[in-house]
Design a protein around this ligand. Structure first.
Ligand code: PLP
Length: 374
């Protein structure tokens, strides 16, 4: 088997073996369509219900508030686009400059059909301040969408405050929590969230499955026409195996949230301490409240793309904050949004550690960085 160190867990994660085992019966002998009335479909139907209950309990939601989707992209598209399908007089959406493209490109689509979008700027630490939202919000805003934690720099947002300001002005609040679910505590009830997007492959579940939390009583028009699955809100035959895998992975991660966090902070510390000891110049992006295990580091005068390729040759997977082609280095919209200067942005890499990484691997990543940068 190929030996490598995987440190790009913000891109995707390894499927948990317990989750994989839980999926197998639904791919093999129990393949019945969960919506059929005969007894062969009873077990898949029950499995769906149990998975919904498990997922709901992980974020303190009600089971009927969890709607299965194909992942974060679909959940995000749904919320943004459906917000224009109502007959409400309110047409304007507020979001931020550093959302994932699933949100930003959905916003472009609704703007093209005449629905205004306001883009809030985060601070240099990657925080969307409540006062920034307060400056822009009016009673004409229909939806506010702010990500729970940023996928490039890891900064965790003041969701409760943002949500409360939105509600004071009669706006609904959505959060893209794709990077946060299964990694930090989320209580949708306490936070007051109306809609929340999540994706299983970011928390050691399978790819191509996720969910949208829709607060009870909120109406979100379906944007796919078809069958009556998912309480008539999201058509399509249910992917029972993946849904069971997602619920199993989420429960397992949520049951060890504290342990996983401590492990990841200790790995981060190893890398940071080793870079400091070696006298490597860098700055760390994000705020003091950042996703566990996510290190966005900028090395002045260096090229993040070159660092990525050198580490790749050493069998280590990380990512950059800039996407290059042969002629141009395009700085990521996230780094632009936090006003990182070009030199630092070009020298930025993202190391995202996961629960399967070890302290030995953290030391090997540090060794590799020191070798390439020293
Ligand atoms: N939102 C955020 C913040 C993400 O990081 C991602 C994936 O990278 C997505 C949405 C898209 O999720 P999916 O890959 O499940 O479509």
């Amino acid at each position: 088997m190929r030996q490598f160190i995987y440190a790009d867990n913000a891109a995707t994660t390894k499927l948990d073996e317990v989750a994989m085992e839980a999926m197998l019966p639904w791919l093999q002998e129990e393949y019945g369509n969960a919506s059929q009335p005969y007894s062969f479909s009873r077990k898949p139907k029950k499995a769906l219900q149990e998975a919904r209950e498990t997922i709901a309990s992980c974020i303190n939601a009600l089971p009927e508030e969890i709607i299965f989707t194909s992942g974060g992209t679909e959940s995000d598209n749904w919320v943004i686009k459906a917000s224009t399908l109502t007959d409400s007089k309110k047409r304007t959406t507020i979001t931020t400059e550093f959302e994932h493209h699933a949100i930003l490109n959905s916003c472009l689509t609704i703007e093209k059909s005449g629905n205004p979008v306001v883009y809030l700027k985060p601070t240099v630490d990657g925080i969307v301040l409540p006062e920034t939202l307060a400056n822009y919000i009016t009673d004409d805003i229909r939806l506010v969408s702010v990500m729970f934690a940023n996928n490039e720099i890891g900064s965790i947002q003041p969701i409760k405050e943002l949500c409360s300001i939105s509600h004071t002005h009669g706006a609904l609040f959505h959060t893209d929590a794709v990077q946060a679910v299964g990694h930090i505590e989320i209580d949708v009830h306490k936070l007051g969230i109306d809609f929340l997007s999540a994706s299983a492959h970011k928390f050691n579940g399978p790819k191509g499955i996720g969910f949208l939390y829709i607060k009870k009583g909120e109406i979100l028009n379906s944007y796919a026409d078809g069958g009556a699955q998912e309480f008539g809100k999201r058509a399509g035959t249910e992917n029972v195996a993946s849904i069971v895998g997602m619920a199993t992975a989420l429960k397992k991660n949520c049951d060890s949230l504290q342990k996983n966090k401590e492990h990841l902070y200790s790995l981060e510390k190893i890398i940071i301490n080793r870079l400091n000891e070696a006298g490597i110049h860098y700055s760390r992006n994000g705020s003091s409240n950042t996703l566990p295990g996510l290190l966005s580091l900028s090395f002045p005068g260096k090229d993040g793309e070159a660092i990525l390729h050198r580490l790749d040759l050493m069998g280590i997977c990380i990512s950059t904050g800039a996407a290059c082609d042969s002629k141009n280095t395009e700085i990521s919209h996230v780094l632009k949004a936090i006003n990182l200067n070009n030199d630092l942005a070009i020298g930025t890499v993202r190391i995202s550690l996961g629960k399967y990484n070890t302290s030995e691997e953290a030391n090997l990543i540090a060794n590799a960085l020191i070798k390439v940068l020293g």
